[in-house]
Design a protein around this ligand. Sequence first.
Ligand code: NAD
Ligand code: ZN
Length: 395
Amino acid sequence: MKAVVFQKPNDVRVETVDDPELEQLDDIIRKVTSTAICGSDLHIHNGFIPKIKPMVIGHEFVGVVVEVGAGVKEFRPGDRVVVPFPIACGGYFFCNHDLPDHCENSNENCGPEGGLAKEKGGALFGYTDLYGGYSGGQSEYVRVPYANFSPRKVPDRFTDEQVLFLTDIFPTGFSGVEWAGVKGGETVAVFGCGPVGLMAQRYAWVRGAGKVIGLDREPYRLKMARRSAGSEVINVKETDAVEAIRSMTDGHSADVCIDAVGMEVDRSLLQKAANITHAEAGSISVMRNAFSAVRRGGTVSILGVDGMPDDNFPIGQIFDKGLTLRCGQAPVHCYIDELMTWLDQETIVLDDIITQRLPLADAPQSYEMFNNKEDGCVKVVLNRDGDDSQSHSTR
Ligand code: NAD
Ligand code: ZN
């Protein structure tokens, strides 16, 4: 089959690799009909998440079941399914405590013994050996483990694109707002107007936020935040983010700040030098702004991925302000069923952030475009070559 293979930083290729096979009784093999590139894939692409061996990447995908293991109860060949990006077994402590992203069964690197690798969470599709080493779904076929727990059937009335973002970015944006316990009337400031930040902004309104502020350094993304999420926006390249948030809230500061940027922010030469001497990658400068721009007693939700330790972490400020911090991979399994019903009720629309639809063969150029923020790119969907994703729905 054809698949997107990460070779080394800045080198992603479409190659012919072995077809996946059933390995466990509860596996399914799925033909992938639509897949997307996530900001998290960029961290691998740009060398911020260590990856030594080439691997098939991608963790947002929709497709059709083609083979089922003997132990699979609910699915048959021909069923269309969508699968959360964390790989979770559904059977032990963490899955039973609404923490499927910490499944102790899916990732042999997960566990309490300590050490960098051992403290990783459960497995993720296509996300390096640290997260289980499972092949991802930017490919023609993918093996989906734990098929009695993870996949959800997609009703015929939905197109691939309508449900694709239930795999990751919508439940992720949703988590950032849920974790902050938004009840109504709050000011929610979201750093980052990429796909995850946009989803957080949209959901903040659904939860009744009184004001939603989107921050980014790319004018076209700010434009999308204003247009498609109805947010007030701040260009962090032109304005001091913390001062701007304070003045937009009459000095009160935001009740909730969400970091939807992660470790790949612009770094000064000094920061880069510090990274080298401290064996760190990236920067927590957005997080620092969030700690400053949130009010006392407020919540900062960290959705952006951070992979390394950071010295001088501002614990004194967090303590003085009495902040609540929430972070981590989104527990998609906990939310996906409810969110699917929201699509039916048209409480949310997710596919209108797609700016490019390209064949899987164009993955290398698509990575460059998304990474470099070219051609107005916000979200790229890769379709199986020669297929039209919309044909997978009766709608
Ligand atoms: P993205 O790269 O498209 O979005 C990041 C945005 O941040 C970009 O628009 C960029 O211009 C902006 N940005 C950069 N520096 C900034 C700054 N200093 N201030 C404000 N904005 C700045 O990626 P995405 O797909 O939206 O993902 C965002 C983050 O969320 C990534 O780190 C990704 O790995 C992470 N993520 C986490 C989860 C989870 O479960 N926690 C799931 C999906 C993605
Ligand atoms: Zn992702």
